[in-house]
Each structure stands twice: as structure tokens, then as C-alpha cells.
Write a protein that binds this ligand. Structure first.
Ligand code: SF4
Length: 445
């Protein structure tokens, strides 16, 4: 159960020494209660207090990794019900289901779809994260055959091995030993054997329950067999159940400190109707699913899910921003134009994209405005003539260009006079208002 600020305060040295960066122990304890700082920031805290606080400040949803190496994805660690309260931490894992009853060509296509699923969107690499192999045949030999193909063709992709049949599970998980896989299919009747297989393979264990009551019983049972890294399936399959169960679980873990449901959730949303499936995946992404298993990962579905997932898991309190710098778009020379704008990610990627479309090599000076867009930054006094002038002078771009000409966004045309005064010897040119006008504008120069 989470401790209050006052309970935490009682465990601190109470010397107000400020070594933690806060003026008082009480101020530090309030931040610790909100999980905004780490207990390690206080160097003088006793080991006993640290242990108590460590347990209390552990995330209510256990952090678990799926996969290994660079392709591993993190799950859990969530601390809030609503992203505007703080942020959601680990994006929902998207996984495609491959059944061992599918033919060779279908299996090869799905693996290929996963391997070629990556797209870039506003500077982030987004992809389908995992493959779920399903023992539809209930035949151990056939399931192992599928496991071998996936292990050989997609060795770096995290895998979820899905079977309630212990013989099948044993045959398949052997091909993913030490790869941080998830062995899914632990029920009341096979728990001991599945727990032993998961431990032996270094895998986390997926609990398959029939409702919420059974779920918490099963997680306790799994812990009794020595498995701590658990992923839970309450049995919810319909949209209404997914929302109800996932919300209940998140609320119980975060608000009530219920450790028996403090684990990532997996939802199976496979449907014959792909539109319904995509919608259910969206439900899972928005309401607390850590893994969504899909029947296919066509590019149109991926675009919907990637975009939605990226938006849900972007920290709402931190504008997306890129580093202040003078970027080379194409291979600009001394004669290339110089454009200045702000460091809001969307601004950067849209402007850079339009410059690329124009095929006119350009210097793009991106000024740190705390991630605000042009008009907002101007209104907030962060994109002013004086600040732009200082940035341009300090950037060193003057030595790279022949003509001292600076193109400013059309929306801040009002700055041109003042900027010309501050940037002595420079000509200020008012560029287009909208990014989509940039290609025609650059070609006309
Ligand atoms: S470092 Fe520890 S003892 Fe010092 S003010 Fe911070 S919490 Fe208090």
C-alpha cells in the first residue's frame, strides 16, 4: 500500500539538510509520495527506512520485460489511472497471433509483416513488437514446429508462447530459453507445471483466468510456486468486459494497492471482422492493456494503432521537442537558404518534411522554445526578435552561408523589422505561413 507524505516524513532523518535538492524533509516526502523523486536522493536515510520506502514506492504495477536485447519491450510500472494525472509509462505491446493450424505461407507472411512493420512518426520508430504463437491444434509436435519456424525466422522478436497443454508448452518454450518470453496459459489445473516451465525458460508467466475473482487467486497461486513476473488475462473478450475488467484491475492496483492484481494485462482481441478487431485493440490501448494480441498486422491497421498508441503514451505535460540546432536538410551549401523556426517536434518534422519534398537543400535553424509551436512561442515571449537574433549569432551558422539572409515563418512577419535591427547586416525575409507552401516557395527563390 502506498504511504502518505506524512507517513514517509516520519521515516526521514528530519534534519532539513537540503542534500536531496528540497528545502525540507517534508517537501521531499511530499514529492516521494507522488513518486516524483527517488528515495535514493536522500543520502542520509537509514537502510531500514529505505527498505520500507522502497517497498512502498515500488510501482503498483510490476515492471516486466518481454523479449531480450534491443528488441525487448517493457510493460507495467504504471502509476496513474488517467494520463493527465502524470503520464502512462510503457506503451501497450502489439503482438500478432500465429496459429499452429495455419499453412506455411500464412505463417511466413505474418512473420514478414512483423519484421517489416516499422514506420517513423514524428521522430519515433513504431512497430509491431511481438509474435504470439498459439497451440490451436493442441498437438505438441505441431506447436513445436511453429516455434522452430518463428525462432529461426524472427530470432530477435519477443515471443508469447500460448498453450494450456503442458506438453505443448514445454516443447515450444524450449526454443525461446533465456529470451525473456511470456509463457501464457497457466490455469488452476496446470499452474504448478506451467510455473516450473516458465522458471526453467527464464520466461514470465501468463495467467488465464475465468473472471476477476479467479484472477487474483491464480496470481497468488503462481507466486506460491515462486514466479513473480506475471501477466494477467481475466478472460475478458468482449469490448464491454475488456473495459470493465481492465479498469477494475488498474483501479484495484493503484488506488487500493492490491498486489494480487498489480501486473500487466494481456487482451486477445482477434476477430474475423478486422474493423471490429482494430476498434477492440484501440479499447485495449486506451484502457490499460499492456499487450494486445491481434489476428493480423496489415499496414492500415498498424497505422491506426501506432498513431493512437503514440498519442496515448506521450507525456501530456512535456511538449514533444527536438534539440536546438542548425539542421542540414539535403546537402546545403553556402548558397542555400536559411530558415528559422521553433523546436516543437511536429513543427520540425513537418517543416523538414516539406523542405525534403522541395528537393532544395536548406539550412533549418531550430530554436529552443521549450517545445512550443511558432505562434504559441511568440505569444509566450520565447520566439522574439531578440531571442532569435541571439540564437542565430550563437549558432555559428553565419560562417556556413554566403548571403546573410534569414527566412522567418509567415505567422511572425511582425518580427521582421525588429529582427533586422537586432541582426545587423542581415536581411530578414518573411516566408510562408503554412508548411505546405514551403516547397513552392523554396523553388521560387
Ligand atoms: S537529504 Fe534527506 S535529510 Fe536532507 S533534507 Fe532531504 S530528505 Fe531531509
Amino acid at each position: 500500500m502506498a504511504l502518505t507524505g506524512v507517513q514517509i516524513f516520519k521515516l526521514l532523518p528530519k534534519t532539513n539538510c537540503k542534500k536531496c535538492g528540497f528545502p525540507t524533509c517534508l517537501a521531499f516526502s511530499m514529492q516521494l509520495a507522488q513518486r516524483k523523486v527517488s528515495v535514493e536522493k536522500c543520502p542520509d536515510i537509514s537502510e531500514d527506512a529505505k527498505k520500507q520506502l522502497g517497498e512502498a514506492s515500488a510501482p503498483p504495477i510490476r515492471p516486466i520485460k518481454l523479449g531480450s536485447g534491443d528488441s525487448a519491450v517493457s510493460m507495467g510500472e504504471e502509476t496513474v489511472l488517467f494520463r493527465h494525472d502524470k503520464k502512462f509509462v510503457n506503451p501497450c505491446v502489439l503482438s500478432v497471433a500465429i496459429k499452429d493450424t495455419e499453412d506455411e505461407a500464412a505463417i511466413a507472411k505474418k512473420i514478414d509483416d512483423v519484421l517489416h512493420s516499422e514506420i517513423d512518426r514524428v521522430g519515433q520508430h513504431l512497430k509491431v513488437d511481438a509474435i504470439t504463437i498459439m497451440n490451436e491444434s493442441n498437438d505438441a509436435g505441431r506447436f513445436e514446429g511453429l516455434a522452430k519456424v518463428v525462432a529461426a525466422k524472427a530470432p530477435a522478436v519477443p515471443v508469447i508462447v500460448c498453450s494450456e497443454n503442458v506438453d505443448s508448452a514445454k516443447a515450444a518454450i524450449a526454443h525461446f530459453k533465456g529470451k525473456g518470453s511470456l509463457l501464457y496459459g497457466a490455469t488452476a489445473s496446470n499452474m504448478e507445471a506451467m510455473a516450473a516451465l516458465a522458471k526453467d525458460a527464464g520466461a514470465s508467466l501468463g495467467i488465464k483466468a475465468n473472471g476477476l475473482d479467479e484472477l487474483s487467486d491464480l496470481t497468488e497461486k503462481a507466486k506460491g510456486f515462486g514466479v513473480e513476473d506475471l501477466v494477467m488475462d481475466s478472460g475478458a473478450r468482449k469490448g464491454k468486459e475488456i473495459i470493465e475488467h481492465n479498469t477494475y484491475i488498474r483501479r484495484a492496483a493503484i488506488k487500493k494497492g492490491n498486489k494480487s492484481v498489480g501486473y500487466p494485462v494481456i487482451n486477445f482481441v482477434m476477430r474475423d471482422n478486422e474493423y471490429l478487431e482494430t476498434m477492440l485493440a484501440g479499447l485495449g490501448i486506451s484502457k490499460y492493456s499492456s499487450i494486445v494480441v491481434l489476428s493480423s498486422v496489415d499496414k492500415w491497421k498498424n497505422l491506426v494503432m501506432f498513431t493512437f498508441r503514440q498519442n496515448i503514451y506521450t507525456d501530456p505535460q512535456v511538449p514533444m521537442q527536438v534539440q536546438q540546432n542548425v539542421y542540414e536538410i539535403g546537402t546545403p551549401t553556402q548558397d542555400s537558404p536559411l530558415i528559422v523556426t521553433t523546436n516543437f517536434s511536429l513543427t520540425y518534422f513537418i517543416v523538414a518534411g516539406e523542405i525534403e519534398n522541395s528537393k532544395v537543400p536548406t539550412w533549418l535553424a531550430i530554436m529552443d522554445c521549450e517545445g512550443l509551436s511558432v505562434l504559441t512561442a511568440w505569444a509566450a515571449g520565447k520566439f522574439t526578435a531578440g531571442k532569435i537574433a541571439n540564437f542565430i549569432k550563437e549558432s555559428g551558422v553565419e560562417s556556413k552561408i554566403g548571403k546573410k539572409e534569414l527566412i522567418i515563418p509567415g505567422y511572425v512577419a511582425i518580427l521582421s523589422g525588429a529582427l533586422e535591427e537586432k541582426l545587423e547586416g542581415w536581411k530578414i525575409i518573411v516566408g510562408p505561413r503554412e508548411a505546405n507552401q514551403i516547397p513552392a516557395y523554396l523553388k521560387s527563390l
